[in-house]
Design a protein around this ligand. Structure first.
Ligand SMILES: [Zn+2]
Length: 494
């Protein structure tokens, strides 16, 4: 049985003595993801960040551990740490080391590449998203080993293209191949938390559909006194077309292809989480004075944000800026449309439905074209195995004295679909430290240090329970595979 007090002391000491210094050095490196630094390879920052983390990992006293930086031409590196287990079976722990760009508006004294510790927060780009992950993973394993608690083989995979849609991850996974083994548990340390008071698990993410809707009525702009009442305005046609997709009063998405039945279990989980957070769900948004959220029911808001489709117009072509506009019937307008899709919505069917709704039977036979940029599906975790559900609940109670919360994520993270495709039967424990004000993609990003350490403890507890489940026999979990010889294979050096 894992001693909770020793666990806390060990994790706190390790973070204090070893982790923080390396995390500060990591924040100083401007290793932006390839989407934000196309010349990342020449700049060498990504390599430095990977080398820094690899050197730290190698210095940890873990017997038999191998640490390698895997490379492939033109692709970002992948840090892979293989910790042998004392049991059969395998756990994959995921994090990433690439970063978002600087962003503007950092408070005086703070900056993206400048680690600053204040009020138990470590400010700087990439500490919370997602630099802490590798440290958390190895700290948890070390804490288990110190108490002689068995664990399965742990493969820690730290990629460097997550902020660019994990573009390089599938190729790395393919290159590693069967040496990945068959993890029965995937621990993903790159998600959100609703507050810093309990363990938060992410059970789903939404998809996204992006495109440009163009309406042409005239071949050139015409004096509005001459043209209005004779020709329709492209703006009015756009309003009609958008109303085919979204109820303009309620914001509800009307196409059946973009609606899913929210599973009862997910509704219960989201309403329970909403009960914990209450109005804090919307308090994070910068409403202007007097403006209010879409609903007063926190449960509805959570479900809206994570399990229902929504439409945004995020850009426009053909509209002059207001101060430069004349009395002109504009010839054409194009709008950039961004739709979030429910986790289980089929992105291909959704795209076809959106296009045909927008293009069919155009009002006044105007020229209407919807150009699809991308349609990416979401992700919904498999139902939690009983052992994991219990383990997460107990971990939150032991570490925080509060209930675990399971929530969806309103954004889109391709990573989960990639991992699910690779490990279709694995259980997922998805958590993170991106809580209120941590502002991962904006200014003043911080890592809440105490919370990161407590999440580390939770990871240790779940790894211990995973091992106990294996020891107790596979009967407790149908998805646990029998030991495979592949699990013991050495990685080819790249
Ligand atoms: Zn991240």
């Amino acid at each position: 049985m894992l001693d909770s007090i020793r666990l806390r002391v060990r994790v706190d000491r390790h973070w204090h003595d070893s982790v923080l210094e390396c995390l500060r050095a990591y924040i100083r490196i401007p290793n932006k993801s390839p989407a934000f630094d196309p010349h990342w390879e020449q700049h060498g920052h990504m390599e430095r960040a990977a080398q820094l983390m690899a050197a730290w990992c190698r210095a940890q006293p873990i017997t038999g551990m191998t640490v390698q930086i895997r490379r492939a031409p033109g692709r970002t590196p992948l840090l892979l740490i293989d910790v042998p287990g004392t049991l059969v079976g395998c756990v994959l722990i995921y994090g990433h080391l690439d970063k978002q760009p600087e962003s503007h508006g950092w408070s005086p004294g703070l900056g993206p590449w400048q680690p600053v510790e204040c009020d138990d927060k470590l400010y700087g780009r990439g500490g919370a998203d997602d630099g802490y992950a590798v440290f958390s993973a190895l700290s948890a394993i070390l804490a288990l080993q110190e108490q002689n608690i068995p664990h399965a083989r742990c493969l820690i995979l730290i990629e460097a293209s997550e902020e660019s849609g994990s573009i390089d991850l599938p190729a790395h996974l393919q290159a590693i191949g069967s040496a990945l083994g068959e993890p029965s548990l995937v621990v993903c340390l790159d998600s959100e938390c609703g507050d810093y008071e309990q363990l938060w698990c992410t059970h789903s993410v939404r998809g996204v559909l992006d495109g440009r809707l163009r309406v042409q009525v005239l071949s050139e702009g015409v004096h509005s006194g001459l043209a209005t009442g004779l020709a329709p305005s492209p703006f009015r046609i756009l309003q009609q077309l958008l109303a085919r997709i979204e109820d303009p009063l309620s914001g509800e998405i009307l196409l059946p292809e973009l609606q899913v039945d929210v599973p009862d279990q997910r509704c219960l989980q989201l309403r329970a989480a909403a009960g914990s957070l209450g109005s804090a769900i919307t308090a994070k948004l910068p409403f202007v004075e007097g403006a209010r959220p879409i609903s007063e029911d926190p449960g509805e808001l959570f479900i809206n944000n994570t399990w229902r489709a929504s439409l945004l117009v995020t850009g426009a072509d053909g509209l002059p800026v207001a101060d430069a506009a004349g009395h002109v019937l504009l010839p054409e307008i194009a709008l950039r449309l961004s739709l979030r899709l429910p986790p289980t919505c089929d992105p291909v069917l959704a795209a076809a439905a959106v296009r045909s709704s927008l293009e069919r039977d155009p009002p006044y036979a105007a020229k209407v074209r919807f150009e699809l940029y991308e349609s990416i599906g979401g992700w919904d975790a498999l139902p939690l195995a009983p052992w994991l559900e219990r383990s997460l609940a107990e971990a939150s109670r032991r570490v925080f004295g509060r209930e675990v919360r399971h929530v969806g994520c309103g954004g889109t993270i391709p990573l989960f679909r990639i991992l699910r495709a690779q490990f279709p039967d694995a259980q997922f424990f998805v958590t993170g430290v991106l809580g209120p004000q941590s502002n991962a993609h904006g200014p003043n990003e911080f890592l809440q240090l105490d919370y990161a350490k407590r999440v580390t403890e939770c990871v240790a507890l779940v790894l211990a329970d995973h091992a106990a489940m294996i020891t107790a026999g596979a009967g407790a979990l149908a998805s646990v595979r029998q030991p495979s010889t592949r699990n013991r294979q050495e990685f080819p050096r790249v």
